[in-house]
Design a protein around this ligand. Structure first.
Ligand code: LLP
Length: 425
């Protein structure tokens, strides 16, 4: 469910016309809906016990206004870098609602997170456990730790976003988990508080979750017998969202919640989640203008002003995003088949092949749906294309929550090597 709908044949984000935003900020741009963000957060949270902590996975969309919108609903944050830590704090997420994930946390990052007093470190290796112990001990504090275990379950998602198999770099190998808990129990500066698991992203079936969570529950039983205080269970993120209209949608969050309440309900632990895509994915669109159309006899190309540097998911994961015309006053017009491409000099800069769309011409606007997660955050400046603006809508208001940098600002990031400035002798 989202709040991007046609009103009298033209696309709106909540109460704001996309045409109006395009006139004001230029194209391309990302546009997010506050009502959709809030709705997704609350739909996800409501079936769980009141003390459940939903740590929005900031990597999915780390615009501070997006994080702040969720923080005001009570969301915590799942972070993977000190940069994300500072964003979450700047957006008003209390430190005691922040969990720190990731395989390569650096000593300075661990130190800063300890200084601000985050809720939990999800530790992914023995080496990281030692590093955290040393730093916390030196500071005279105890780091609240959950070990991220790798349950060796295939999440059956795209190979580039599966994380819970033995061959993946994530988590502590299942067979080592108990000995690492024993070590954590002995190390100074470490306070064991729980266990953590995250098996991948865009997961569209419940059985991988079920298999992983059942294993984790068994592990909690063993750890408790060994005397560890496991009072929190962090089940990660990963529940998929619908990307393609007409396809069977992934399980509803209520079905996911029923499964979890059944599996972990008796453990008497606080439950933590780290959803990213489920909250932000369908709360954002990418709006782009047609530059040219081109026919080569065999195919029709729709050449847009957005490119793979703005939205890399199709190039990187063969991801499908529905594309719609912003103005579609006559939905009965016969559709035309386009290859939808950007201006970047790579064949990979193809958003969609043979996509049926209403007939479009230069200057028309299109919108990529489900672009709120892993869209703007994965953008780059390839082909010297500045990052594109982000716009947040709330009701009938909109605000540019990240402006478009000028080309001068982009060029100004480079520094000329001094020897190139010397006059030729
Ligand atoms: N927790 C951890 C430890 C994670 O690594 C991730 C995502 C999440 C939570 C949030 O997962 P979500 O609920 O969003 O599925 N760039 C890729 C997705 C990469 C996901 C990385 N980790 C894409 O565009 O599909």
């Amino acid at each position: 469910m989202h709040h991007f709908d046609y009103i009298r044949g033209t696309l709106y984000a909540e109460g704001v016309s996309i045409n109006e935003i395009a006139e004001a900020v230029g194209t391309p741009f990302y546009c997010y809906s506050s009502a959709t963000l809030e709705r997704h957060y609350n739909v996800f949270k409501s079936p769980f016990p009141a003390d459940t902590l939903i740590c929005y996975s900031v990597k999915a969309n780390s615009n501070t206004s997006v994080i702040a919108t969720l923080a005001r609903q009570g969301a915590g944050a799942d972070i993977v870098s000190v940069g994300e830590l500072r964003r979450a704090l700047a957006a008003g997420v209390p430190a005691d609602r922040i969990v720190f994930s990731g395989v390569g946390k650096q000593p300075e990052e661990l130190a800063e997170a300890l200084d601000v007093g985050i809720y939990q470190f999800n530790v992914e290796s023995e080496a990281e456990l030692h590093a955290l112990s040393d730093i916390a001990d030196e500071k005279g504090v105890a780091a609240p730790v959950a070990l991220r275990v790798n349950p060796d379950v295939d999440a059956k998602t795209h190979a580039k976003i599966t994380t819970g198999r033995t061959q993946d770099k994530f988590g502590i190998p299942w067979a080592q988990a108990e000995s690492l808990y024993a070590l954590a129990g002995r190390l100074p500066g470490i306070q064991i508080v729980g266990i953590d698991v995250h098996i991948g992203s865009q997961i569209t079936a419940l059985d991988p979750f079920e298999a992983a969570f059942l294993r984790v529950v068994e592990m909690v039983g063993r750890l408790r017998k060994q005397g560890h205080d496991i009072s929190r269970i962090d089940l990660g993120g990963g529940l998929g969202i619908p990307y393609k209209s007409g396809n069977t949608p992934p399980p509803h969050p209520d079905e996911y919640a029923a499964l979890i309440n059944r599996i972990v309900g008796d453990l008497k632990t606080q439950i933590i989640f780290e959803p990213g895509r489920l909250i932000a994915g369908n709360a954002g669109i990418l709006v782009s203008r047609v530059i040219y159309t081109k026919e080569n006899g065999e195919r029709s190309f729709l050449i847009l002003d957005a490119a793979m540097n703005d939205l890399i998911r199709p190039a990187l994961y063969d991801a499908h995003h529905d594309i719609i015309a912003v103005d579609n006053s006559d939905p009965n017009l016969p559709l035309h088949t386009y290859d939808v491409v950007g201006p970047v000099c790579e064949t990979a800069d193809t958003f969609a092949k043979e996509r049926a769309l209403p007939p479009l011409k230069a200057r028309d606007l299109v919108a990529f749906l489900s672009a709120g997660a892993y869209g703007a955050v994965q953008a780059g400046t390839y082909n010297t294309r500045p990052l594109i603006p982000e716009v947040l809508v709330r009701g009938d208001r909109f605000s540019v929550v990240r402006p478009r940098p000028s080309l001068d600002a982009l060029l100004g990031l480079d520094v000329m090597a001094p020897w190139l400035e010397e006059t030729a002798k």
